[in-house]
Structures are given as structure tokens and as C-alpha cells.
Design a protein around this ligand. Sequence first.
Ligand SMILES: *Cc1c(COP(=O)(O)O)cnc(C)c1O
Length: 359
Amino acid sequence: MKIETACIHAARNTSHSTGAVTVPIYQSSTFAHPSFGQSTGYDYSRTQNPTREHVERLLAALEGGAGASAYSTGMAAVATLMEMFKPGDEIIATDDLYGGSIRYFNEISTKNGLLIRFVDTSDLNALEAAITADTKAIFIETPTNPLMKLTDITAVRRVIGGREILLIVDNTFLTPYLCNPIARGADIVVHSGTKFLSGHNDTLAGFLVAKSPKIAEKLDYLKKTIGGVLSPFDCFLVTRGIKTLAIRMEKAQENAAKIAEWLEKQPKVTQVYYPEMGAMLSFRMESAEAAQSVLNRRSLILYAESLGGVETLITYPMTQTHADVPDAEQRGIDGTLLRLSVGIESAEDIIQDLDRAMR
Ligand SMILES: *Cc1c(COP(=O)(O)O)cnc(C)c1O
């Protein structure tokens, strides 16, 4: 089954007898048992819920994993994932990571006794040099946020070789439509389902997809124990969003390529960061004043955090997504940098809005 088809039909549940084309929202916290020793297979919605099971099976199918677990937010997924590790364990993470993940690693994982080494994972020599006997995982994001640096997942797997190090990939930006980390050697895929998967800027969600049944089982156990699960209604919204993932990604990517090309030609734009795929791009204006003027003068494009929805959003990483990142400025996340999450409007209208805002 091709991915466009899988987005719509994978994980279809044939055990329900009504013929409902859409998986119902099982808005029930608990499930009754017919009699002693009998069970419907469902006990309590923190542990398992049919609507959530459906979206979990869908994610596992799209990412080619053995199992998936759904969380209330992407950060709840990351927080649950980090409970796989114990004090003294070392994790190597991409230095140019999502700001919320950096904050979690620095403030919470560190407090819990983990050592996090931030490394430019696009540099395989730097990565190799950072590995120690205590390294338990490599956590990468590709492309990175907001500087769109690419890490070669297959090459990282090669660097790991026979060592017992988990390769974790945050695939929020490219989605399984454009990248399959597990096929390239990842053990666990992280998603903020808030972004492209749900796609309409209307819900928060997070996912962990595991390559092996053993890790999937462990994550499921952590999920029910910690309890940051995705609600039935939000599971329904993500499932609905995923049905149009393929056409949204195609259109948004096509728009992003056109906008990147246009930005390259603008005299006030000094640099464009577009990795030639996906719908995310960043660019630099000649000064912080010029960047702020774009934020003040755009009108169709919404000035807002987040990404991956049908609406084009512009973000100012310095004061929004990366405000809490200690060395952001040294790494080039300064006042000149703007980030676009390109939506599925007409590229012409988006460009016209940027053009007006830059005058
Ligand atoms: C948004 C985001 C997260 C966090 O997800 P939430 O749903 O906001 O908690 C994690 N990683 C990346 C790459 C993100 O863009």
C-alpha cells in the first residue's frame, strides 16, 4: 500500500459491526466487563481506548514500526520517552533542536541525573567523538529547527555500529510522507502530532513509534504508568488530519519551494535556509529592524508559533520558540532570523503578502 492510501486506509478496524467509515470517538473513561473472568479487552482509557488504539496503529503503519503510543502533546511524548533512561545514562542530542526539547533536556533530564551532550549531529566526526561507554541514545532532529541542518540518519546508524545505543529521530518536520526514519535505521520515532499530522492548528498531540515490539511494549507501559495520553476526541482529530496528509504535504512543499526561490532574489534577504524538501524554511533579513518590520506588516501570514497547519505562519525564533535556549544567539538564532511554516494557500498570495511586508 502506498503512503497516500495508507494515510486513509491503514489500521482500518473491521471488528466494529456498524460499518461506520469513520472510527467513532469512544468518549468513555472506563469499560464494563460482562462477568468475572471475562473482558472486552478494554478496562480503563488511560490504559487503552479504541479511538486511541486506532490512531496508534495508524502511526505504526505509516512509520513502519511495531507499535506506537499517543500522548497529549509532543512534549508529553518526549517526557515519557526520557523515562526509559536512568541516572548516569548519557544522551547525545542534535544541538539545533526544538526549543522545548532543549528546555526539557537541560532543566528536567539533567535534574534526573542524565547527561545530555549537544552535538552538531550533521558532523559525523563530532558525533563519534561524543560517544562514550555510557551513551544510551542519540536523539536527532532532521532538518533542524530553525536552521534546517540535515543529519543523515543512515550514516548515524553506521556510526553507532554494533553498540547498544538507541537511535531516536524527531520526525515532526518531514512526517512519514517525506521521511521514514525506521527504514533508515532509527529505533524510535518522535512526533509532535500537533503539527503536520493533525495539520489544522486545532489540536495538540504527540506520538512515539517503536521499531521493535520490545520497545513498543516498554513505551506502552510507561504511557499508562505516567498517564499523559491523548484524549479520544483529539485522537479523532489527528486521524482525520492524517487522511489529507499526503495532499497537504505536496501542496505545502510545492509552495515552500516557490517561496524559497522568491526569497533568494530579494535584496533585503541575506540568507535562505530551505533543505529542498518539506514545508519549513527560515530566512535572514538585513537587520533585526527589517525582520520586525516584516512581522508588523504581513497580513495574510499569521504571526504565531507552531507549524504544520494549513495556514502559513511566521515565527520569530529569538523571542518565541528559542527564547529559553541559552546559547541561541551564538548559534545564529538572532534578531535577523524569521521562520515560515508554509501552508496550503496559493503561493502567489503568500509571496504577495511577503513582498508587501518587505517594502
Ligand atoms: C512542536 C514540536 C515539539 C513539541 O510538540 P508539542 O505538541 O508542542 O508539545 C517537538 N518537536 C518538534 C520538532 C516540534 O516542532
